[in-house]
Design a protein around this ligand. Structure first.
Ligand code: ADP
Ligand code: ASP
Ligand code: MG
Length: 440
């Protein structure tokens, strides 16, 4: 048995957390390759190391100096190293890091140092070799992960090692510079390492006992999901269930390696098993696996009689958004209606009215209307396809709560139902769906 374990920011916040992690690793000899994030918040009012590093970079560019803010980074890492009584010369490494940040003046390099410093300390504390992610993780000329090249590098670099500590979140770009994934990207590094060493399981250690049916900040008593498929997880994480990065399933999917989400603070809990789709039959009997959502979307609603028989209608609508370089989230349609759902953030600076005018010119709709401040909520589950009446139950629950549904999109896979509601109904809506399927 071989396990790759990734420990998230909250699992690495202070010296006590490092000790807890060491105990978890020591309790199972198959936990051999360890990926770490940068230390997160120690309490609600604290700062994540990665956030502070981005601020250091901004200070450096704006004022030419960042030493005041770097003092916070220094203090946190020195304190951890001192309390763990390790022999590593952390002060010397911190001095060098500060110099390198000053010289390179690069946002990705600066942000990556949280993971780098954390992994150096953890490697020393565990007595495992430190293997830098830049030796293995490569991005291509478009800035995307070069997955196969990276996989070869991981195989070769880790071959013959009993164990290692690897920093998450970053690798090397085409030109040889440090480049990071998007936020939360250490989850991807963990999956890359799991694929490379052909792990039996990828354990992702965080601060919750697995993937919960919905965000515990909205439903504190949300139940933990025992099994979830890669596909369901993609839908949920893309729609805002932040517990695992949306792209973390891809590397492990190729080898059908299960991901086990575990709680560092309650290691005895089973957590959630994320499994290949074909193993779904072993899952429990729930209809809805999870509920997730995101705020701040804009819907452009278009009506035109007989649009279905107008050849090229949808293409001409979509060519407008493509022309403005916009990403369309969903395109729900009826016989004579079509909606475009777009993230509001992309539509600033008058773009929205330009897009609407150009659609008007391109397809001469009978009616076009913009609905702003929309939240999208996805109700996801393989079980929904097997049961009739799921949609009726969901919509009934929302009607009971007086929630007005502004948009519905049910994919043909019957894996999810996506609805749009006003931003102010977002939390209420998630609670209502949770209660409809999970309240005893
Ligand atoms: P880490 O620092 O370990 O990477 P994250 O903060 O990225 O942890 O992810 C864990 C957090 O995700 C939880 O603390 C919780 O607040 C949030 N979260 C959002 N949706 C869910 C969900 N459906 N299940 C579990 N946690 C969720
Ligand atoms: N430290 C990085 C972040 O805060 C990466 C990670 O935690 O996965 O986004
Ligand atoms: Mg995370």
């Amino acid at each position: 048995m071989l396990k790759v374990c990734k420990f998230g920011g909250t699992s690495m916040a202070d010296a006590a957390a490092f000790r807890r992690v060491k105990e978890i690793i020591a309790s199972d000899k198959s936990r051999r390759f360890i990926v770490v994030s940068a230390p997160g918040k120690r309490n609600k009012s604290d700062q994540k190391i990665t956030d502070t590093l981005y601020e250091c970079y901004r200070d450096l560019i704006k004022t030419g100096s960042f030493s005041e803010r770097f003092a916070f980074i220094r203090e946190r890492f020195s304190e951890i190293a001192e309390e763990l009584e390790i022999s590593l010369d952390i002060e010397e490494i911190l001095d060098r890091t500060e110099r390198e940040i000053t010289e390179k003046k690069d946002a990705d390099f600066t942000a990556s140092r949280g993971e780098y410093l954390c992994a150096r300390i953890m490697a020393d504390f565990l007595g495992f070799p430190f293997v830098d992610a830049v030796e293995m993780v490569r991005f291509d000329s478009h800035g995307d992960l070069n997955a196969d090249y990276t996989d070869d590098k991981v195989k070769n670099r880790l071959k013959g090692l009993d164990n290692a500590v690897i920093p998450g979140f970053y690798g090397k770009d085409f030109g040889g510079n440090v480049k990071t994934f998007s936020r939360g990207g250490s989850d991807i590094t963990g999956a890359i390492i799991a694929r490379g060493v052909s792990a039996d399981v990828y354990e992702n250690w965080t601060d919750v006992s697995g993937f919960l049916v919905c965000d515990p900040k909205i439903v504190p008593a949300a139940k933990s999901i025992k099994y979830i498929t890669y596909k369901e997880l993609r839908e949920l994480s893309y729609m805002g269930a932040t517990v695992l990065h949306t792209e973390a399933v891809f590397p492990v999917m190729k080898k059908r390696i299960p991901i086990n989400i575990k709680n560092t603070f309650r290691p005895e809990d089973d957590g959630t098993m994320i499994i290949p789709n074909e193993q779904y039959k072993c899952c429990d009997d729930s209809i809805v696996t999870g509920i997730a959502g995101k705020k701040d979307f804009t819907v452009i609603y278009i009506e035109k009689s007989l649009m279905n028989s107008e050849v090229g209608f949808i293409r001409r609508v979509l060519s407008v958004v493509e022309h403005y370089g916009l990403m369309v989230e969903h395109v729900p349609s009826g016989i004579d209606t079509l909606s475009l759902v777009l993230e509001t953030g992309q539509l600033k600076g008058g773009i929205l009215s330009d897009v609407v005018n150009e659609i008007r010119e391109n397809v001469s709709p009978d009616y076009i209307h913009v609905i702003e401040n929309i939240s999208l909520i996805a109700t996801v589950g393989h079980g929904m396809a097997r049961r009739s009446g799921t949609a009726a139950r969901l919509f009934g629950a929302l009607a009971d709560q007086g929630i007005n549904i502004k948009m519905i999109d049910q994919g043909s896979s019957e894996l999810n139902i996506i609805i749009g509601v006003a931003n102010e109904d977002y939390e209420k809506c998630i609670k209502a769906i949770y209660d409809a399927f999970y309240k005893e």
